[in-house]
Design a protein around this ligand. Structure first.
Ligand code: GLP
Length: 242
């Protein structure tokens, strides 16, 4: 069952999302959080850091698993999702670095890395709360349209529209990775709770297809309709096609 929260403005959507993450840690100091990257999440992590500081909330017992990482980028590459997460969140809370997991983009054998990542999630007891954004084409993580709805962590080729959307994060002469290691749709669906945030008009079509369209691999986020505990936080613009 989806709970859809339409906020009057973007700031309150961001605050509400950060507050739910905060509450997950307040309610369970050993929570296993699934985290996401993308422009949507940057202000959420700013807000979470601020609120955690105000509440003097410790993340010492928390474990995190990010959705995805670019294949070919080492952890210290400025555009790796590992660097991004360090910069936005992990450097600002007291979470031990060895409790923060992302797939290693520079693994010798990316397929073996993907299998090991899935096993690490299982070994941690599964994900309590998975944060999600949504791609303009309805992707979750880097599960592009046509991804198997039962898929587990694996390598995916990025869609042209995703390459275009994410090119803004890379410098002019820089080559953008073409593949990613991503949790599968099946992996995401195993999380006990899902929390999706979408903001802005560019997401309105994808949000409508995900929440009101047919459940189909053509819009991977449509699988959320089958999750028993999903909250979707939207601003007015992202909700404008519902
Ligand atoms: C990225 C990420 C997704 C994210 C989505 C939207 O490529 N892999 O996890 O939700 O695309 O990104 P943005 O928030 O920048 O629109």
């Amino acid at each position: 069952m989806a709970t859809i929260l339409i906020h009057p403005d973007t700031q309150s959507a961001i605050r509400a999302t950060a507050e739910r993450l905060l509450q997950a840690v307040q309610g369970d100091h050993d929570a296993v959080l699934g985290l996401a990257t993308g422009g949507t999440m940057e202000p959420v992590y700013h807000q979470l850091v601020r609120r955690a500081d105000e509440a003097r909330l410790s993340f010492a017992g928390v474990t995190t698993f990010n959705l995805d990482e670019y294949v070919g980028l080492a952890a210290d590459h400025p555009q790796s999702y590992r660097s991004t997460m360090n910069r936005l969140l992990f450097d600002h809370v007291d979470i031990p670095r060895n409790q923060t997991y992302l797939p290693r983009g520079d693994a010798q054998d990316p397929s073996a890395e993907a299998i090991a990542y899935e096993a690490a999630i299982e070994a941690a007891g599964g994900i309590d709360l998975q944060l999600l954004g949504i791609g303009r084409n309805g992707h979750l993580g880097f599960n592009e349209p046509s991804s198997s709805l039962a898929s587990r962590t694996r390598i995916k080729k990025l869609a042209r529209s995703t390459l275009e959307a994410n090119a803004r994060f890379f410098g002019a002469g820089e080559r953008m990775p073409t593949h990613a290691i991503t949790m599968g749709i099946g992996t995401i669906m195993k999380a006990r709770k899902l929390l999706m945030l979408a903001m802005g008009a560019s997401k309105a079509d994808a949000v409508a297809a995900a929440l009101e369209g047919p459940v189909t691999a053509a819009c991977p986020a449509s699988i959320l309709q089958f999750h028993p505990d999903v909250t979707v936080v939207l601003d007015q613009e992202a909700a404008s096609c519902l």
